[in-house]
Ligand binder design. Structure first.
Ligand code: SF4
Length: 184
């Protein structure tokens, strides 16, 4: 595994820590589970009102890499409106705001901060139904921020050899279930 954490791996890690090894092995093309298909479809490009309104503006950053040395996180942002300090992560369809979505925004947020940008607001955007979900900044949501930091710590100290899966429902929805020796 890399010495850094990919921002997108946080979502996989929450679902099942073992799955990040298979995701690395089989690549991003895999849709890992039925449930997390919604999560991993991520930034699939669709023509939407938000996309069109941003596409011609020069004060928007799109798809650039950011790195947070504080959390050892590397990944790409989706859309950042520089003047408004507005960071947006587009998803194909959001049926529920999973913690992993918020962690993804946090990772991008801290990466942008280290590049010197001022970020005033975070939001998720569901493309199919054109819905916006504001996400509080980490400092304004101590509970979520605590969960984010705990997840990073758990990720850093994770030892696959000691991992025991206890939730058969996850394995039942996981496409790695035949390859995985932890599968229930
Ligand atoms: S089969 Fe189960 S233990 Fe293995 S990666 Fe999938 S969810 Fe995790």
């Amino acid at each position: 595994m890399e010495s850094y954490i990919k921002i997108t791996q946080l979502n996989d890690f929450i679902f099942c820590p073992a799955s990040i090894y298979f995701h690395d092995l089989y690549g991003d093309a895999d849709t890992r589970t039925i449930q997390t298909t919604d999560q991993t479809l991520g930034t699939a490009s669709h023509s939407t009102i938000i996309d069109q309104s941003y596409s011609t503006r020069s004060d928007v950053l799109q798809g650039i890499y950011v790195y947070s040395s504080k959390y050892n996180l590397l990944g790409k942002i989706d859309l950042f409106h520089i003047k408004r300090g507005l960071l947006t992560e587009r998803k194909r369809q959001i049926k529920q705001v999973f913690d992993g979505y918020v962690y993804q925004l946090y990772g991008q947020y801290y990466g942008l901060l280290e590049r010197g940008y001022e970020i005033n607001a975070l939001r998720l955007y569901s493309q199919i139904d054109n819905k916006v979900y504001p996400v509080p900044l980490p400092q304004d949501d101590p509970e979520m921020f605590g969960k984010f930091e705990n997840t990073i710590q758990d990720f850093e100290s994770f030892d696959l050899s000691r991992f025991v899966q206890t939730n058969p429902d996850k394995c039942a929805r996981c496409i790695y279930t035949n390859a995985c020796d932890r599968s229930l």
